[in-house]
Design a protein around this ligand. Structure first.
Ligand code: GUN
Ligand code: ZN
Length: 428
């Protein structure tokens, strides 16, 4: 049955520019398979004429917006948000690997997966490209919970067969057998997708990297996710372990791990040759500013990425990242974007930040027109935002003179309180 929602409505056009209807109407209806999709969207004056009689929910003072897309997050690190460390490598050793070793236990995996999805949805994140751990049980728990909730979600078993402690280190042969079995079990089931997941080059042997590349070629519509060039000590280590590659990014290229639907977190210490290679291979960066600031990793170069048309989108990188809230991530991206913009003194426009966490992120994941937007045909994952959720938000958003000021007020002051409701596309 057709359903309509009347409120202000935020969407993006094909160029990623915002389209805002103060008095908008969003019409959703099941497609031929029963999946709820956007049927029509625009101003109430226009759209209501085409759908006379549709049952309409009126939401005065609210804003309908696309569900956010988080391009890189670790669900097993939910419990270690805010763990202090001198930098990435001691943080991995002292907090991350011990926490991840607990995911050998399916019951623990299920508990944390449920906490994770509750947090994502409270914060308005409806799709994420997600690290599990090296344990098969962690992947099954994630997909089972996502499937129950009818979410569009992506994860994969972490591959790490060296330089990793007991409890998280896997076996080369078995890790590849397990990965293929999980692809066959879960990839493209309902709205679930599999990501081939070498943790990062320093914790995989050549043989494991080669195997990952072979699976990526065999299953061409799976995702690939890893980390690259996040931290100076990590870059030095990777260069020592792979002396033949031109750069750290080239290690992945040399194993066939750069392609559309490949996503690399951080991408801070790249050069222009690397960025051009990401553009050519349509490999995306997951920019994780709260993590980079928290771990003291460095600053993503938005200017260089735009100049070389390197695909990218925003990500929380919890638990290196400090918040599940896309508003916090967008604000941190704004701060980081000020670096290198000293000539104009301007940082990234609020609507651009929003795009990079919705439609732009979806495009970087190869999910353009599927999620992250509210144009006709998109799956109906959307948010009801309440710009009056707190006294200060109410005051500040009511003073906005234009869309950019309105979006910026929400980015600067917003958190999970702004997300009144997260609506998930239902099937059948
Ligand atoms: N590099 C390798 N593993 C990780 C991880 O879990 N988090 C971050 N931020 N970087 C990594
Ligand atoms: Zn990460």
């Amino acid at each position: 049955m057709k359903k309509a929602y009347r409120a202000s409505l935020l969407r993006f056009d094909a160029a990623g520019l915002p389209v805002f209807d103060e008095d908008g109407l969003l019409v959703v209806a099941p497609d031929s398979t029963g999946r709820q999709r956007v049927l029509d969207a625009g101003s109430h004056a226009d759209v209501s004429q085409r759908h006379a009689g549709a049952h309409t929910t009126h939401l005065p003072g609210r804003i309908l917006a696309p569900g956010f897309v988080d391009m890189h997050v670790h669900y097993p690190q939910t419990d270690i948000i805010g763990a202090p460390a001198a930098g990435l490598l001691p943080w991995l050793e002292n907090y991350t690997f011990p926490a991840e070793s607990r995911f050998a236990d399916p019951a623990h995996s299920r508990v944390v997966a449920d906490v994770f999805f509750d947090e994502l949805l409270r914060n308005g994140v409806t799709t994420s490209l997600t690290f599990a751990t090296s344990h098969v049980a962690s992947v099954d728990a994630f997909f089972e919970s996502a499937q129950r909730r009818q979410l569009r979600m992506i994860t994969g078993k972490v591959l790490q067969d060296r330089n990793s402690p007991d409890g998280v280190r896997d076996d080369t042969e078995q890790s590849l057998v397990d990965t293929e079995a999980l692809i066959r079990k879960w990839h493209n089931v309902d709205r679930l997708g599999y990501a081939i997941t070498p943790r990062f080059a320093p914790t995989s042997t050549d043989a494991q990297m080669r195997g990952a590349g072979e699976l990526a070629a065999k299953y061409g519509d799976t995702w690939i996710q890893s980390h690259v060039a996040e931290n100076r000590d990590e870059v030095k280590w990777a260069r020592e372990l792979y002396p033949k590659s031109r750069s750290y990014l080239d290690v992945y290229a040399d194993f066939g791990l750069l392609r559309e639907r490949a996503v690399y977190a951080h991408c801070i210490y790249l050069d222009d040759t690397d960025r051009a290679l990401m553009h050519e291979t349509r490999t995306a960066a997951a920019v994780s500013p709260t993590s980079n600031l928290f771990l003291g990793s460095g600053f993503f170069d938005f200017g260089a990425a735009d100049r070389l048309e390197q695909p990218y989108g925003l990500a929380s990188d919890v638990g290196g990242g400090t918040s599940f809230s896309p508003f916090h991530t967008m604000l941190a991206a704004y701060y980081v974007g000020r670096e290198g913009q000293t000539k104009t003194g301007l940082s990234i426009a609020p609507s651009r930040l929003w795009w990079h966490h919705t439609g732009g992120a979806a495009r970087s994941l190869g999910l353009d027109g599927v999620v992250g937007n509210l144009q006709p045909g998109c799956e109906a994952d959307f948010l009801v935002l309440n710009p009056s959720a707190t006294p200060l938000l109410a005051r500040k958003t009511s003073l906005a003179n234009n869309l950019e000021e309105l979006l910026f007020a929400m980015i600067v002051l917003g958190d999970d309180r702004l997300v009144e409701r997260t609506v998930i596309s239902q099937a059948g």
